[in-house]
Design a protein. Structure first.
Length: 593
């Protein structure tokens, strides 16, 4: 939410920086004495705390002053958190409103027994001796800092190495893995796999990325012709290597794809293209995976990594629903994963089954190419504008460095996140009222989502159910793209869809915008149903309000899941990398050892 005027009440006679400094000093003392009452007194009764590895080696939320105090006091003997102070060179404390609460927000630094961290505190503006929110995040491990900046490699292993191997020779040898096994095997070479591999590389953890497609970036390059990102480039930078400042606000898929290729080269990422995971079995005795991969030539190789990371986009195989009569249809049927361009359908008729983002984009592309496109709605869908409404989601980043925005976005526990999203969604609806009313008038089933928390909550819960409007909404409102409800269809027939009234909606093409299988299905196929059952759900909100099995150790040792938006991948790649590095250096014990 927005910045509150400086005249807001509370902390009279003191600067915001001094208020935050004073509170951090008291926290330092209270943690030092491990005083539960002393710690509890520093939080509002309904206060919130989230730890990102720093004290608990996990993503750990707590709500309520007493619960927060119990956790902080119990972890202090091993964490040894201390030195809480305003962070140098970061955004200065300021008065803002978060989840409808006026707060003084400050970014601080601290250290633990094994690392250094950054955090965020939000003091009640009206009662600045009490915190509404606190977040602590591990940033680096002492003695194992990232090799960047002043710590960059010297290059002496290959620079001016007369008579020996040069950098290119050594890169070729490193990628071959002819004399060693990777410590980490990442399955999937999109933004999730690349950002984690880049982070692990800076931490000296030997990592191999595999992807079934023939070229780095093909996960974007091979998608439909008109695809572009729906959020601003300035929020989507990858770690260590931001996009050029001259690039457009909304990146087209082929720019992303080519950038991924350049990024993999520049970050010296070991990457095997045209390589598919066949299956993997965990060896408890050696704490390694026996992962079989198939190369481009059809040959197979067994790799023995200690860590197996699925970075395959949070989804699996295209979901093909059993639609009545679809087998009788004589035209073309394809999933959106197979759709590239509507150019070949000029003068034809198409039915697009679904009303999520891909469905709308495909319908708009078909329409632009002279195809009579009709979108078939099965369930309620939230539609909002890219600009201005969807941009509100990234308001927390405005006016501050990206790394500070990442910290602020890490601060919310689920109840605070939900309240924030409810407030944002209400503003989105107000801004988009004309479009929403137009869609509803056409018969579109529009929704604000569960609890009125909008598309961002839909993403977290089921990774779908919404559309950020790139122009298709207006086409529907004007009747240029048709709208049909799935319940109006009796069954599909050879020349289209027979409706309940007996008429036939003719079609030459049916596009299934019906989503993808879950990660649980993927894990069952590659690792076995026993592993899938042991791990449980991947993605979606768990009982503690954190994402199920994402960016943290799972119930199965050595198995990790990463994914999400560019911002999530950039942000959480650090934390997954730190966990893996800590395990490899013996700072974080392997379960059962």
């Amino acid at each position: 939410m927005g910045v509150v005027p400086k005249a807001a009440a509370g902390c009279e006679g003191e600067s915001d920086a001094r208020c935050v400094t004073a509170w951090l000093g008291k926290l330092d003392a209270a943690l030092g004495s491990q005083s539960r009452p002393g710690i509890a007194a520093m939080f509002s009764p309904d206060g919130h705390y989230r730890d990102v590895l720093a004290l608990t080696w996990d993503l750990t939320p707590r709500q309520g002053a007493d619960n927060i105090a119990d956790l902080l006091a119990s972890m202090q003997s091993t964490a040894r958190a201390r030195g809480f102070a305003l962070a140098r060179g970061r955004t200065a404390p300021r008065r803002v409103q978060r989840a409808g609460v006026d707060v003084i927000e400050g970014i601080f630094e601290f250290e633990t027994g094994v690392g250094r961290g950054f955090g965020v505190v939000r003091l009640l503006a009206a009662e600045p001796d009490k915190a509404f929110q606190l977040m602590t995040a591990l940033h680096e491990l002492k003695g194992f800092e990232e090799k960047i900046g002043q710590r960059r490699p010297t290059g002496e292993a290959y620079s001016r190495n007369f008579g020996g191997s040069n950098w290119k020779d050594q890169r070729i040898a490193a990628q071959a893995y002819s004399d060693r096994e990777p410590t980490v095997l990442i399955v999937g070479g999109g933004q999730a796999g690349l950002t984690l591999a880049a982070t692990l590389g800076r931490l000296d953890v030997d990592t191999l990325v595999i992807d079934r497609l023939p070229r780095v970036g093909d996960c974007w390059r091979t998608r439909y012709h008109s695809l572009a990102l729906h959020n601003n480039t300035e929020f989507n930078h990858l770690p260590y290597m931001p996009f050029p400042p001259s690039w457009p606000k909304y990146l087209p898929k082929d720019m992303i794809a080519d950038w991924f290729e350049a990024y993999a080269w520049a970050m010296e990422i070991n990457f095997w293209t045209a390589t598919e995971l066949v299956g993997a079995v965990y060896d408890e005795a050696t704490a390694t995976w026996r992962a079989t991969v198939r190369r481009a030539d059809g040959g197979e190789r067994v790799l023995r990594p200690r860590h197996l990371v699925f970075a395959n986009g949070l989804v699996g195989f295209p979901r093909i629903p059993d639609l009545p009569g679809l087998q009788d249809f004589k035209g073309d049927v394809m999933h959106t994963a197979q759709f590239t361009t509507g150019a070949r359908w000029r003068g034809k008729k198409a039915l697009i089954i679904g009303t999520g983002t891909s469905a709308h984009d495909v319908a708009q592309d078909l329409h632009a190419n002279g195809c009579d496109a009709v979108i078939v709605q099965r369930g309620e869908t939230m539609v909002i504008s890219i600009d201005p409404s969807a941009k509100l989601t990234y308001g927390i980043f405005e006016g501050i460095p990206l790394e500070d925005g990442d910290l602020l976005s890490n601060t919310n526990t689920f109840p605070v996140l939900r309240k924030n999203l409810q407030l944002l969604t209400a503003r989105m609806v107000e801004q988009d009222r004309k479009m929403i009313d137009g869609l509803i008038a056409r018969g579109f089933k529009w929704t604000m989502g569960e609890d009125g928390a909008g598309h961002q909550m839909m993403i977290r819960k089921r990774y779908g159910g919404y559309y950020l409007d790139a122009g298709c909404a207006d086409l529907i409102i004007r009747g240029e793209v048709g709208l049909l409800h799935f319940e109006q269809i009796d069954r599909f027939v050879e020349d289209g869809a027979r409706l309940q009234d007996g008429s036939v909606k003719p079609a030459d093409l049916i596009v299934l915008a019906t989503g993808f299988d879950t990660q649980e299905v993927v894990i069952g196929r590659y690792l076995g149903e026993a592993v899938a059952k042991k791990v449980g759900p991947v993605w979606g909100i768990g009982p503690d309000g954190e994402m199920n099995n994402m960016w943290k150790r799972t119930p199965h040792e050595g198995l990790w899941f990463v994914g999400g938006s560019f911002a999530q991948c950039r942000n959480y790649s650090r934390y997954v990398g730190l966990q893996i590095k800590a395990i490899e250096e013996g700072l974080l014990r392997v379960r059962g050892q």
